[in-house]
Ligand binder design. Structure first.
Ligand SMILES: Nc1ncnc2c1ncn2[C@@H]1O[C@H](COP(=O)(O)OP(=O)(O)OP(=O)(O)O)[C@@H](O)[C@H]1O
Length: 623
């Protein structure tokens, strides 16, 4: 359960009292009337017990006749107590509503800000960083509640403070000694709660990776895509054991903490009970010796109980504030996270591509402790030409694409757009000039129309454009034949619970999904650069031929970068580039590369031979 390096939430900067104003400001901005109501309620609830105790004393002394005022004034305290009782009975419902309302509003605001921030982190580096993921998860889960909890915790402090001052004054009037004993008994509680809070926060942080693994195994066990392998390889038991193992680790650690809480809070409760019991004995003795009236005894008992209750409330509220601050700290850290990509204060506008994209002396690795993936790549992607990039698995082809899309910056060297370093542009604007079908494209559990339309948000709902893109990807006829055409949901996940209509959602084959992803890329028509990373790996021979034909037509005169292991697809490119060991090993047209008798030639011949040996069909080599 060791934790990767990174600041611990209980010891580092995040979650400090200096974060309180930010949390309060958020609560006040999102639900001002609820905050005002909760504040007034806290003041009332804080003062009510003290006033009740005094009214009770007056009432009892009037009844027993030990008060000089006698029975004449019975009615006023009785009515006062009744009024306090009515208001106190109503308030919990109203405060409950106000607190929930506040919590919902704050949650919405935090989600909004949090995921705007995540969207603004233009690169991929943070999303690949496990501690960042843990922080994001905590910020999203507990962090969204925290401003409301900090506010209610602070109001709890105010409320307990008012009650405490009222009862302490009363207790001091009755018995200064007893007042000091009650206060002294609470100091250990304050220290113990503080220590427990630190432990809770530390545990939550340390358990992050274990919880992530537990979630991974759980998701795998219910994932439809994994279900085939899980059943065929009989790995369900193995995965379940792993999941339970992680859960046991979490349970054991939580259980240890719970036992500590039990011991600590149990001891503190005994201490409070002993102090209250001793106080009662002392008050009874004082009454017997005539120093206390009946009302004084009632008031003393109420004061001791009230002081202890208020001190316990104080400790609880402090604990809530402390705990919530730590969670809010995660939110603050995420919000303060700088993008892994530097964006100039005044980025240059991205002009239409006129000459080409150049990688100049590009070295890249995913982290300082990671191996070099690209080692001094010099490559020019000329405007208006189709370039094919080929190479062995792991050669760095997709990595190179990520640099061209500026999802990462080169560790050394530059990527230039018509001679201008990509770092001088705003990444989002740069990407509007590109379209891409990635190797690991996304399958959205949305309708076909939306799955394609997400390629260009402005085309969402533009049926003409969506169908044109689908036609180009060779999937239109299939979609047209679906029960709800383009409105068919490509998922069974959100099927209407009340409807047994199986047509409300359909599942696609791998190749069909790939065509949908291609249609999405094609929707971004007229972009300056089209990137296709293994666009036809899942297609059948006929479909691949069709797509290939379309692609060749589509790419003619456009700037495109195609990655493919199917050398038959790559051979028509204006230029073929071979990436090997992180360097450009060869480049030229198909004929030149064959004549070079290098890597490309060897691979092409190898693949062609494979096809010839297997059949007499036209060879379609793959790498
Ligand atoms: N996010 C990442 N963090 C660390 N290493 C990575 C990451 N992504 C890729 N790599 C590593 O970079 C190397 C190149 O991967 P890349 O995906 O660029 O290869 P590729 O040429 O596209 O391979 P393939 O043909 O199999 O798709 C691989 O060794 C891979 O393990």
């Amino acid at each position: 359960m060791s934790r990767p390096a990174g600041p611990r939430p209980d010891e580092s900067g995040p979650g400090q009292p200096s974060d309180i104003p930010a949390a309060l400001a958020m609560a006040c901005r999102t639900a001002p009337w609820a905050v005002a109501f909760l504040f007034l309620t806290a003041v009332y609830v804080g003062g009510a017990p003290v006033i009740s105790a005094w009214l009770t004393k007056i009432l009892l002394d009037s009844i027993t006749g030990s008060s000089s005022d006698g029975l004449h004034h019975l009615l006023a305290p009785a009515m006062g107590l009744a009024a306090i009782g009515v208001v106190s009975a109503l308030l919990p419902h109203a405060t409950g509503y106000a607190a929930n309302y506040l919590s919902r509003r704050v949650k919405l605001a935090i989600r909004d800000r949090l995921f705007t921030k995540v969207g603004d982190l233009q690169g991929l580096a943070q999303l690949e960083d496990p501690p960042f993921h843990d922080r994001l998860m905590l910020a999203q889960q507990a962090g969204s509640e925290s401003p409301g909890q900090i506010l209610t915790g602070l109001l709890g402090l105010l409320q307990a403070g008012i009650t405490l001052v009222g009862f302490l004054v009363t207790l001091t009037v009755l018995s200064p000694g007893m007042a000091s004993v009650v206060v002294a008994a609470v100091i250990p509680a304050l220290l113990a709660e503080r220590a427990l809070n630190r432990r809770r926060a530390g545990l939550r942080w340390r358990l992050g990776p274990t919880e992530r693994r537990e979630m991974f195994y759980t998701d795998l066990l219910r994932d439809l895509r994994a279900a085939k392998e899980v059943r065929l390889f009989g790995t369900a038991g193995f995965l379940r054991d792993r999941m339970l193992g992680e859960l046991r680790t979490i349970n054991a650690a939580t259980d240890r903490l719970d036992r500590r809480v039990l011991r600590t809070q149990g001891s503190l409760s005994v201490l409070s009970a002993v102090v209250a019991g001793a106080g009662l004995v002392w008050a009874s003795h004082a009454a017997l010796s005539g120093r206390f009236t009946v009302g004084d005894v009632a008031m003393f008992v109420a004061s001791v109980a009230g002081t202890q209750g208020a001190l316990a409330g104080l400790v609880r509220s402090l604990s809530t504030v402390h705990d919530s601050l730590l969670m809010f700290g995660h939110y603050q850290v995420v919000m303060a996270t700088a993008s892994s990509l530097t964006v100039p204060a005044t980025p240059r506008p991205v002009p239409p591509l006129r000459h080409g994209i150049e990688l100049r002396g590009v070295w890249f690795r995913y982290g300082d402790d990671q191996p070099w993936i690209l080692r001094g790549v010099d490559l020019f992607l000329p405007c208006g030409q189709a370039t094919a990039l080929i190479g062995h698995n792991g050669a760095g082809k997709s990595t190179l694409v990520k640099l061209v899309c500026r999802l990462y910056d080169p560790t050394r060297g530059q990527v230039l757009w018509d001679g201008v370093d990509l770092r001088e542009f705003a990444p989002a604007e740069l990407r509007t000039r590109m379209s891409a079908a990635f190797q690991d494209y996304t399958c959205y559990d949305l309708s076909v129309s939306e799955n394609v339309g997400l390629g260009d948000i402005s085309a969402l709902g533009d049926h003409m454009r969506v169908t044109a893109a689908a036609r180009r990807a060779g999937i239109h006829d299939f979609i047209d034949g679906l029960p709800r055409g383009y409105e068919t949901l490509l998922s069974r996940m959100f099927q209407d619970m009340d409807s047994n209509d199986p047509a409300s959602g359909v599942l696609l084959s791998g190749g069909q999904w790939q065509r949908v992803a291609l249609a999405r890329a094609f929707l971004r028509d007229e972009r300056d650069l089209l990137i296709l990373d293994e666009p036809s790996s899942g297609l059948d021979a006929e479909a691949e031929y069709e797509i290939h034909r379309h692609l060749t037509q589509y790419r003619a005169g456009r700037t495109s970068l195609l990655i493919s292991h199917r050398l038959g697809t790559a051979r028509d490119a204006d230029r073929i580039v071979v990436l090997s060991d992180g360097r450009i090993a060869e480049q030229g047209v198909h004929r030149e590369l064959l004549a070079m008798d290098g890597v490309y030639s060897r691979l092409f011949k190898l693949q062609s031979r494979g096809y010839r040996e297997q059949s007499t069909v036209e060879p379609e080599p793959t790498l």
